[in-house]
Design a protein around this ligand. Sequence first.
Ligand SMILES: Nc1ncnc2c1ncn2[C@@H]1O[C@H](COP(=O)(O)OP(=O)(O)OP(=O)(O)O)[C@@H](O)[C@H]1O
Ligand SMILES: [Mg+2]
Length: 368
Amino acid sequence: MDITPSRAAVLQALDAIKDPKTGQGLSAAGLVRGLILREGRAGFMLEVAVADTALYAPVRDSAQAALAALPGVKQAQVVLTTEDAGPPSPSAGPTPRKAAVAPDPKGELRPTPTATRPDHVKRIIAVASAKGGVGKSTVAANLACAFARLGLNVGLMDADIYGPSMPTMMGVFGQPRMTADKKMIPAEAHGVKVTSIGLIVEPDNAMIWRGPMASSAVVQLINEVAWASAQAPMDVLVLDLPPGTGDILLTLSQKIAMDGAVIVSTPQAVALADVRRGAAMFRKVGVEVLGVIENMAYFPDPSTGAPIEIFGRGGARAMAAEIGLPFLGELPIDIALRQGGDIGAPLVASHPDSSVAKAFMELARKIS
Ligand SMILES: Nc1ncnc2c1ncn2[C@@H]1O[C@H](COP(=O)(O)OP(=O)(O)OP(=O)(O)O)[C@@H](O)[C@H]1O
Ligand SMILES: [Mg+2]
């Protein structure tokens, strides 16, 4: 039974809230963008100029309350975004904190003074690659589980707005619950606190968002999760980034105080060229690259265990050395690793004694 309210009813309710600039209703003023109405969920993007973020923060709150009050709406989300990816709204923002200052290989220091970190989160690590499909999400999920097995309090944010994979990989579904002060409570799976942008916005809908809108939505959502508290601080938050060196990466690195990035690559030359691009991008924005992981480095022969080097092997190690980055380790092509990802049971949690799980534990130790 679909009891989601009609689009017309939603727009009418939103028109009862006035745009502080024009005095028109929000819908009439053209401020309701990317409206999502599905299975008890309602949400949209409120896109304003950077200078107006403070002015519109209460409007966002009223609009979200108005959506939540509509019959049939179980979850409402209004994301305040700025046209040119300016600072996050004061209502959503945690207190600015001095960002990590990463040493640039040329000796320059490039602090990112506007970057913030969600409250009580000690470290943020991004898992990234310029090329898609190299195993970022697989690495992010298993690394997070490995950190948890090391006894750390770990969070995992699926920041891939265009192709979220953590619901499937970590086995978390359903709407996030909210705290009294309107923060999302992350789901808990395999000892890791998980939130996926896929639980909040429709990937289909996200596709139509322009770069800056999508980027500021990701930043805002990271800050709207109740990751940790003074009593239970989070040791490390792992971000699974979308592929590429585009808008989202740029905005994230400027707005979220990331302590470091791990670059995942497969051994092929085409992927390796992207390692160079990815590393250059992180350097440019002052995020330290902690190192490179070579994924799908080889396939162990099923009968002898001898490595079959399907994509070649060792390319990422050589590339890391060439551009002066630490090489963190290699992971084989492993069917159980893929299967674990397909059924929401990451190998590190489901088969901790397997050799691949042990390789992840080693990576986690090196990174931590
Ligand atoms: N070492 C591995 N052995 C076997 N399968 C793997 C391995 N690493 C990743 N895979 C599989 O390859 C596919 C792509 O991996 P994954 O989704 O982690 O990549 P990604 O880099 O996050 O992709 P995207 O760029 O689309 O976000 C998945 O089906 C995953 O299970
Ligand atoms: Mg992915």
